[in-house]
Design a protein around this ligand. Structure first.
Ligand SMILES: [Zn+2]
Length: 431
């Protein structure tokens, strides 16, 4: 078996790994690069012929794992894609949005990168898989293992003459909605694992961070704006906020959900609530708050100075309905922006979190006068301790991918004296 590391080797986006075994060629994930230099990376020529790929295995629905798939189908790929049912549903939301963003891209090459018809091709090639079943493909056996992280996320094991386990993105062990990822299967010959938080121990207190924000907004009669990723993060936030309000009704304020992508993700989380730790609590939370379904309500909210909370995407302020609120609330020193997660370099969210000056929004100078809270404890990734614990169930060698250089090095040191290789772009591992 030959494993070619094609993406997410230097950073945490653009996951793509090619596996070859006795003439079968398959890809594990096909994601878009995001953040700095993303356009250049996404437009690079592929080091393989998409028409010669026999199978795609998809770990989960995040854009940096599935966002390149429509491009492959545009280039002539016609192979099946194996993934879980929840991944398929969430991928629909992510890829529809991606096609829409590309259509508005200023670079003509990305404008024609793929469109909704290519997204449709992806969905006509899906093969839905269950956790813990073994699926034959030619001489291979493929199995999906629960990874936490977001609904449907999986680690994937490929068994040929030898076996390799791809971790995908692994969830945190104390996620409010999802149970911890199951440990790596003991019997495998190689583990390829992510290291997004490989160099960090995540601070405690996700709930404390959002709760103190809710209290501050209420006590000081302010307007709170929460910028959140539409998929997974928003549902976790809504669940936590609803739980806090249930226990502390004295702090409750009207809360509005704005964003079609976020609402579609809410519907999917509601439908699959039985796969979470608190199905009824989640359903109640997702039904409880008011949705901004008409532009008139949005215009009203933007003008009204009544205390309230709005949750909207995108999480890194790189587009989406949250931009409307940023623009209208920027001169109000009583508004508070809550950034509910990682802000990639090059995004407006990062610039605002770092209090940079000279910012531009919608081609106009932009300066946020209110407070900004950059939440530190929100992450859907396992941290260093959890990654080490996850992989301790097997004695196999490890290849580390999907992490910034420091994170990968730090995880490598932590795993010493195990046999660990840090993947480099283009590296080939013979198994
Ligand atoms: Zn992910």
């Amino acid at each position: 078996m030959r494993i070619h590391f094609l993406g997410a080797t230097e950073d945490v986006t653009g996951s793509m790994t090619l596996v070859e075994s006795h003439g079968v060629r398959l890809l594990v994930d096909a994601g878009l690069a995001q953040g700095l230099r993303a356009d250049e990376i996404n437009l690079r020529e592929l080091p393989f012929d998409p028409q010669k790929i026999d199978l795609i295995l998809l770990t989960h629905a995040h854009l940096d794992h599935c966002g390149y798939l429509p491009r492959l189908y545009k280039l002539g790929l016609r192979s099946p894609i194996m993934c879980t049912e929840e991944t398929a549903k969430l991928m629909r939301v992510i890829l529809d949005d991606s096609a829409q963003l590309l259509a508005q891209h200023e670079n003509p090459k990305l404008q024609s990168f793929y469109d909704t018809s290519d997204v449709e091709k992806v969905f006509s090639h899906l093969k839905i898989c269950q956790f813990h079943h073994s699926y034959p493909f030619k001489h291979l056996q493929i199995s999906f293992h629960y990874a936490g992280h977001i609904l449907g996320a999986s680690s994937i094991k490929i068994q040929a003459e030898k076996s390799v386990l791809f971790s995908g993105d692994l969830g945190r062990f104390d996620d409010p909605l999802l149970t911890p990822p199951e440990s790596a299967p003991a019997a495998c010959d190689l583990v390829v694992m992510e290291a997004t938080y490989g160099g960090r121990i995540r601070p405690m207190g996700m709930e404390a961070e959002i709760n103190s924000f809710l209290v501050k907004v209420k006590e000081e009669n302010r307007i709170g704006l929460i910028a959140s990723f539409a998929v997974a993060r928003a549902q976790t936030l809504l669940y936590l906020i609803h739980r806090f309000y249930r226990h502390h009704p004295e702090y409750e304020l009207p809360l509005y959900i704005d964003g079609p992508m976020l609402m579609r993700a809410n519907d999917i989380y509601k439908r699959y609530a039985h796969k979470t730790k608190d199905p009824q609590g989640l359903r109640d939370a997702l039904d409880y708050f008011e949705k901004v379904e008409h532009f008139k309500l949005r215009e009203h909210l933007k003008k009204s100075d009544k205390p309230k909370i709005v949750i909207s995407s995108s999480g890194m302020l790189s587009g989406g309905p949250v931009m409307n609120y940023l623009e209208s609330l920027q001169h109000d020193p009583l508004s508070i922006l809550f950034l509910a997660g990682y802000q990639a370099p090059g995004t407006l969210g990062r610039a605002m979190g770092e209090k940079q000056s000279g910012l531009i929004l919608n081609h106009k100078p932009f300066q946020w006068q209110g407070d900004i809270i950059q939440a530190e404890s929100f992450s859907s990734h396992a941290d260093q301790r959890e990654l080490c614990s996850w992989v301790s169930s097997t004695k196999s060698p490890i290849v580390i991918i999907h992490g910034e250089e420091d994170s990968k090095k730090s995880l490598e040191q932590q795993l010493f004296p195990r046999q660990v290789t840090v993947a480099q772009k283009g590296m080939i591992y013979e198994l």
